[in-house]
Design a protein around this ligand. Structure first.
Ligand code: SAM
Length: 257
């Protein structure tokens, strides 16, 4: 049976404020069909009724489409490159760094940056802004508590310096937690703030349609100050950075001209 995705996109936009028509269609529709089946619905019309009535079904749907996979220092070689740029290029030029981790998931990416700033004694009165569309994951991020399997990229030195372990859970120290501020933000629908020195947006534009991705690159560029840096994910190199006013410094780091 052909599923009525147009109806579903309109419904999710009106009722859940999620703009699914910005996401790549094939991948998204596969996920929707699968999560709909899990809920025991046969049509999308029936599925919307279940989402409305049962908070667990609604949560499962939101979890399924947001894909929260993340890690501390994800793709370590790229993070080392970030560290180098933050320490040798950005921090000497700008005394008060304004940094945004867009689509931050559990906060591992933003907290990794906070650890880097702390390690190098980089002070900043601005907190790192960390945003995501998913309110459930933002609650987890704010808690700053991680299980052992989420800690695989954190060195022993960083574990003992920045975390306290209790019964298999690693709690971030207040000093690192206080360097990050979490907020709900939808990259497709919401306004962007400006005057950032660095924006990190990794492993989310892969889910968006090309035209949405292109619009986002322009908006990120507009949100950076000249000389500011944009970090992308390991599979998200921008093939025409000049079109957005970026100069490529490495495959995943771009400078706003
Ligand atoms: C795969 S995770 C990436 C996390 C982190 N940036 C990293 O690279 O490890 C993708 C995140 O994008 C978020 N996301 C999906 N659509 C979004 C949107 N329209 N606006 C903001 N965040 C979104 C999801 O909730 C999820 O937490």
């Amino acid at each position: 049976m052909k599923l009525n995705y147009e109806f579903f996109y309109d419904w999710t936009k009106a009722n859940l404020n999620i703009h699914l028509n910005g996401y790549k269609e094939k991948q998204l529709q596969r996920r929707i069909a699968s999560v709909m089946k899990n809920a025991g619905a046969v049509t999308l019309e029936e599925y919307t009724g279940k989402i409305q009535k049962d908070p667990a079904v609604k949560q499962e749907f939101l979890d399924y489409i947001t894909i929260n996979v993340t890690d501390f220092f994800r793709n370590q070689d790229i993070f080392e490159e970030f560290e180098k740029q933050l320490v040798t290029y950005l921090s000497p030029q700008f005394p008060n760094l304004k940094i945004w981790s867009a689509a931050c998931s559990t906060g591992a990416e933003a907290y990794s940056m906070a650890m880097i700033l702390d390690k190098h004694g980089i002070r900043s009165s601005e907190k790192i802004l960390a945003t995501d569309i998913d309110e459930t994951i933002l609650k987890r991020a704010k808690a700053g508590a991680y299980k052992t399997h989420e800690m695989k990229n954190v060195s022993d030195a960083d574990r003992s310096r920045y975390f306290q372990e209790e019964n298999g859970t690693f709690y971030l120290t207040p000093a690192i937690k206080n360097r990050v501020q979490f907020k709900k933000h939808d990259l497709i629908a919401d306004r962007f703030s400006s005057d950032f020195h660095a924006i990190v947006c990794r492993n989310v534009t892969i889910y968006f349609k090309n035209e949405v991705k292109e619009e986002l690159y322009q908006k990120f560029s507009d949100s950076l100050i000249p000389g500011g840096l944009f970090f992308t994910g390991a599979t998200e190199a921008i093939y025409n950075p000049e079109a957005y006013g970026f100069k490529k410094l490495s495959p995943f780091i771009y400078e706003k001209i």
